[in-house]
Design a protein around this ligand. Sequence first.
Ligand SMILES: Cc1cc2nc3c(=O)[nH]c(=O)nc-3n(C[C@H](O)[C@H](O)[C@H](O)COP(=O)(O)OP(=O)(O)OC[C@H]3O[C@@H](n4cnc5c(N)ncnc54)[C@H](O)[C@@H]3O)c2cc1C
Length: 423
Amino acid sequence: MKENPIIIIGAGLQGLATANALIDRGEEVLLLERSSGVATQTSFANAGMLTPSQAAPWNSMADIVNILSGIGKKDSPMLLKLNQVPSLFFWGMRFLLNSSKSKYSSNTENICKLAQHSLALTQQIREKYGFNYDHSSVGTMKIFRDESSFNKASQEVKRLSDLGLTFKVLNNQEVVEQEPCLSDVSERISGGIIFPDDETGDAYKFCKELETVIKEKGGRIHVNTEVKRIHFNKRKVNSVVTDRVEIKTSRVVLTSGSWTNHLLKNTRLNLPVKPVKGYSLTLDTSTLNDAPKMPIIDERIHTAFSPLGYSLRVAGTAEFAGFNEGIHQKRIDYLYKTLESVYPSIAAKLDLDKGTLWYGFRPMSPDGMPYIGPTKISGLFVNTGHGHSGWTLAMGSGDVLADLMLKKQPNLEVKPFLASRAV
Ligand SMILES: Cc1cc2nc3c(=O)[nH]c(=O)nc-3n(C[C@H](O)[C@H](O)[C@H](O)COP(=O)(O)OP(=O)(O)OC[C@H]3O[C@@H](n4cnc5c(N)ncnc54)[C@H](O)[C@@H]3O)c2cc1C
């Protein structure tokens, strides 16, 4: 090991993708993770969707109305806790500024381009090392419950075809042909849009595969190692202090997700990344002959249904409630209810009590785009703020960060993602 490895703090999707990209460019890396394993936090049981098609950030007027109407309501898909309003004030103002039509559409296009680049890299690494993570390449399908949102989405999606995104608009019969398990509710569906280039896969299993490859290539990963502080000398990175040792280094990458700001306390930098809590419920479908095969997004209830191997994962809800630990019964009931409303026969056949419940904190930026690249402190880099698209954007963001660190020209326009727009 060289004297001066690049230290990456946080071994979720972004930390692992960053480490891999730097190793492939000949760099020595040391990845530090406070949990007992990699990807045990937000990258553990997300919806599993790799979806350039869902690049749109959450700044649309419809989403804003959803968030505001969820104030104080524990059973709505989006919840804003009143006691969080003061701490969300400045973040919220930036969020609103990014909801203008022009900002919203340019941010969507930028995220879409990064997502396409990222998906291509995910496919490449899968093929190169034979990764197995219950992936599926059948695409994803978005379903709509009312004519007006269906018509609106069918119009809006045409814009993305300029970016090379393929899609097909379906009537409700065609929706059922794609996923016969929806036949029970076909009368309640106005239509759907299928995105054949999207993929799905278990992000945790992918991370475990990536961990193995990183180690085989000489990268070091220390789990059970919490970084307490970063020391600076004349606005330059000097060392990292963990709960055990102090490690000299001149380059640090923060991939600490929703916790990134905790490590910036002594820097006067303030990255506007807020935790937005979401839940998932994973059910064993191995006993079913007719388990769903097509990953579905139900637009009205903001919920994803992903078949992952012999399981079905239902994921969604967004709580702007800080680091609110614990699983609330109303959120669980909400996931059960959504499953019953989309797949009533499947729900009746499964023992819902045996499902595995999980929650994670999406690291959310106010414009929906990640922060990637150098900060105002020499040697300090960030790769975080991926919000609801961190699985989709991981491999691409790691690639871009590595190029920026090594002063190479990245493969796509990176200006919109630069961390310097915030710190
Ligand atoms: C319900 C839900 C569904 C989702 N569905 C999808 C989806 O379908 N598709 C998609 O693209 N994205 C999805 N996402 C988003 C995606 O999961 C996240 O964007 C992504 O996991 C964030 O990865 P990360 O590496 O930034 O953060 P994390 O996975 O949280 O990793 C950060 C790591 O840093 C570590 N850390 C923090 N501080 C320190 C410290 N001081 N010292 C050492 N280690 C530290 C933490 O322990 C953690 O392991 C979903 C998220 C949720 C909650």
